[in-house]
Design a protein around this ligand. Structure first.
Ligand SMILES: C[S@@+](CC[C@H](N)C(=O)[O-])C[C@H]1O[C@@H](n2cnc3c(N)ncnc32)[C@H](O)[C@@H]1O
Length: 233
């Protein structure tokens, strides 16, 4: 069961990623020229995607992978190239449409099934691996851990995901961000401390068989994100 704060935030994110920011997001995730600030974000995101992929098996032939909050689908494509049967889901129909348009030929046995909807939909079935790159960063930590618990119920291998680390600088940037007009603002990113998140994970009974195996922070000027790997023992 998802909470009302999760549903509320998911609704705000749908509006944001399907309308407000769709142009900017389409550009950021393409090769088109972007501002210097956005270029640092693009570089940071490329590094994060490479890091998450490095935590997954080189050969995923016959494995099912969920790309939870797939956006325009870059990670899903790389996973399919490694042979995975990918289910890539996002609440934004426009971003999923872009992902379908951009889908290159996948050589080998891998495939991608793009869907529009909630990453927690139980009808998506069981997975060997789940990846949620920057798609949980707007949810509060209790909702992040509830989402991980739901995903864990149908994950046989690992869940790799990112959160926004809480740092003093980020707190200042958030305060600065609140001076922008409301209409241009993204739903707030909710920074979390790694220690706090690990404590919540340890308390969540549905995650009892999972442990935090690795963490990695990527910092590229305006991109700051912390990756964690939860693995089933
Ligand atoms: C910051 S973008 C990252 C997209 C992609 N993972 C990437 O790294 O390029 C976050 C994405 O998560 C999606 N999202 C947020 N909450 C979701 C949910 N509950 N179910 C499915 N998608 C969700 C948003 O629509 C958005 O496309």
């Amino acid at each position: 069961m998802t909470s009302s704060t999760y549903s509320l935030r998911r609704g705000q994110l749908t509006t944001y990623f399907d309308r407000t920011a769709v142009e900017a997001w389409s550009r950021l995730t393409s090769d088109a020229p972007v501002s210097k600030i956005r270029a640092t974000v693009r570089a940071g995101r490329d590094a994060m995607r490479a890091n998450l992929l490095s935590w997954l098996p080189e050969d995923m032939t016959g494995k099912r992978l969920l790309d939870a909050g797939c956006g325009t689908g870059a990670l899903a494509v790389e996973a399919a190239r490694r042979g995975a049967e990918v289910v890539a889901i996002d609440v934004s129909p426009t971003l999923v449409g872009l992902a379908r348009e951009r889908l290159p030929e996948i050589a080998g046995p891998g495939s991608i099934d793009f869907r529009v909807g909630d990453m927690l939909d139980p009808w998506l079935g069981r997975f060997d691996h789940v990846v949620a790159m920057d798609s949980l960063i707007h949810y509060r930590s209790t909702d992040i851990v509830r989402a991980l618990a739901e995903l864990a119920l149908r994950t046989d291998g690992s869940i790799v995901f990112t959160v926004a680390p809480r740092t003093a600088l980020l707190t200042v940037m958030h305060a600065a961000g609140s001076f922008f007009p409301k209409s241009d603002r993204a739903p707030a990113i909710v920074p979390v401390t790694e220690g706090g998140l690990k404590r919540l994970i340890a308390k969540e009974s549905a995650l009892g068989r999972f442990s935090v195996e690795r963490t990695k922070r990527i910092n590229s000027f305006f991109y700051l994100s912390n990756a964690l790997e939860l693995r089933r023992s």
